[in-house]
Write a protein that binds this ligand. Structure first.
Ligand code: SF4
Length: 64
């Protein structure tokens, strides 16, 4: 199953990932991204990749 790598040092809290894929990403109380899934179930793969793509600082990577 796919996994998501998060570079929290890069995350600037824009929240575009959460807006695009709220089933997968959310901002925590510090305004940094956190994952709502450990491994990405197949039905969320396209959504997870879309959310990673919109990150303006390339802090998210989906590994298949
Ligand atoms: S879009 Fe990128 S910078 Fe914005 S919250 Fe998500 S991971 Fe962080």
């Amino acid at each position: 199953m796919a996994t998501i790598e998060v570079d929290r040092d890069r995350c600037e809290g824009h929240g575009l990932c959460e807006q695009t894929a709220p089933e997968v990403y959310r901002l925590d109380d510090d305004g940094e991204v956190e994952l709502l899934v450990g491994e990405v179930p197949p039905e969320l793969l396209v959504t997870a990749e879309a959310g990673a793509r919109v990150c303006p600082v390339a802090a998210l990577r989906v590994r298949r």
